[in-house]
Design a protein around this ligand. Structure first.
Ligand code: ZN
Length: 184
């Protein structure tokens, strides 16, 4: 698709959204009070508001390729836990993830920052691993561990029971979300 066509698609979609606003089939939230924060991948097939059928204002979503908990992601999640007081944080990985694939198979020829992102995922995986499904699950657990280690605020919220961290896997082929063991 060329850029103009892509842009036209977005503008057409936005005018449909505006129609729904006028029809009141969509509502703008009065306050910023999400029920959950979600850290997930940027993959276009993994849109939390659609997968969990949540309206505008319901989810505080932080996304990056491979849902890596870097400084920007951690700061954003701390905002959700500290200022917005969300009771739930979901860390969700997905099948066919390009970033986890690059971590497993090497990111040959990838540009600098993408190669570093793949390395960040790779460092948490066992050296001999070659099963993508297992790597995905380990990476989600690693990400949760990183959040708990690197954010004293989130760790204390989990310890006092004010925040539950839930790992999740999304299967892009079936549309199924599976919840892993929760923390907190
Ligand atoms: Zn992905």
């Amino acid at each position: 698709m060329n850029p103009q066509k892509a842009r036209d698609n977005l503008l057409l979609g936005h005018s449909r959204f505006q129609t729904r606003l006028v029809d009141r089939t969509v509502r703008l939230p009065e306050a910023h009070a999400p029920i959950a924060a979600i850290l997930t991948c940027s993959d276009a097939r993994v849109s939390p508001e659609i997968l969990f059928d949540q309206p505008l204002g319901s989810l505080f979503v932080v996304r990056s390729a491979g849902q890596v908990a870097d400084l920007a992601a951690l700061g954003s999640l701390e905002y959700a836990a500290w200022a917005l007081k969300v009771p739930l944080l979901v860390v969700m990985g997905h099948t066919q993830c390009g970033a986890v694939g690059a971590a497993l198979n090497g990111a040959g020829g990838a540009p600098k920052n993408l190669a570093e992102l793949a390395q960040m995922i790779r460092r948490g995986l066992p050296p001999q691993i070659d099963d993508p499904a297992r790597a995905l699950e380990i990476h989600v657990e690693n990400t949760i561990r990183t959040i708990l280690q690197d954010s004293p605020l989130i760790r204390s919220k989990v310890e006092t029971g004010a925040l539950l961290i839930q790992g999740a896997l999304y299967d892009v082929a079936s549309g199924n979300v599976t919840f892993l063991e929760s923390h907190g």
